[in-house]
Design a protein around this ligand. Structure first.
Ligand code: GTP
Ligand code: MG
Length: 207
């Protein structure tokens, strides 16, 4: 599967659609995987690391940069990746927050082609109430999700172990959660081949 993952992401991934409203989504065709998590957790960076394309998804200097659902087709649509706006961004206006979150949650609940949600958790930050709310929502809606720890390069091994244990505890109680937690760093490349392999297993077969 590592080789299948490498091959999938050796092929071009292209941005093809941005959606600001649930009524304006691209046609639901091939399998999709959404990148979800708190603002600044590293969603866009992870997408770039996976595809090996540094500027595919826009990385934020300030949190709350991604304000729409951005769709990327990998290897001509064998798999579609969806970069989502982050939640839990304290400085966003109330109206903006409701807009983003409404769109995000409607999408997560209603998209028939959505095969899995990657829920990203920062290695450096403890689980926040907004993360627990997202996990509850995914669980209640029975959306298959998998936890991915990001920025593993930026913590000491003991801190990483503690974070992994914390996240494992959350996942254990959730039947919609994938049992495998992925430890990644977009900076060092840790866990990227493994995540590619996970995603290749969800993609359409190569033509
Ligand atoms: P929003 O779109 O605002 O929700 O943010 P996001 O989740 O897409 O995060 P983004 O990828 O824009 O990254 C946010 C910040 O974290 C940037 O300054 C990145 O450089 C940094 N960052 C992302 N991934 C890593 C990583 O693996 N290691 C380290 N050390 N920093 C990272
Ligand atoms: Mg982003």
């Amino acid at each position: 599967m590592l080789e299948a993952g490498r091959l999938l992401f050796a092929r071009p991934c292209e941005f093809f659609y941005a959606s600001q409203a649930i009524t304006q989504l691209p046609e639901a065709k091939g399998p999709e995987v959404a990148f979800c998590g708190r603002s600044n957790v590293g969603k866009s960076s992870l997408l770039n690391a996976l595809t090996g394309q540094k500027a595919l998804a826009r990385v934020s200097v300030t949190p709350g940069r991604t304000r729409q659902l951005n769709f990327f087709a990998c290897d001509e649509g064998r798999l579609t990746l969806v970069d989502m706006p982050g939640y839990g961004y304290a400085k966003a206006s109330k109206l903006l927050k409701e807009d983003w979150q409404g769109l995000m949650f409607d999408f997560l609940r209603g998209r028939t082609t959505l095969r899995r949600v990657l829920l990203l958790m920062d290695a450096r930050v403890e689980t926040k109430p907004a993360d627990r709310a997202a996990i509850d929502l995914l669980s209640d809606a029975a959306v298959a999700f998998q936890l991915v720890i990001t920025k593993a390069d930026d913590v000491k091994p003991a801190q990483l172990d503690k974070r992994i244990a914390e996240v494992e505890e959350i996942v254990k109680k959730r039947t919609a959660a994938h049992p495998l937690i992925l430890i990644t760093s977009s900076e060092s490349g840790q866990g990227i081949p493994e995540l590619r392999a996970e995603l290749a297993a969800l993609a359409l077969p190569p033509t």
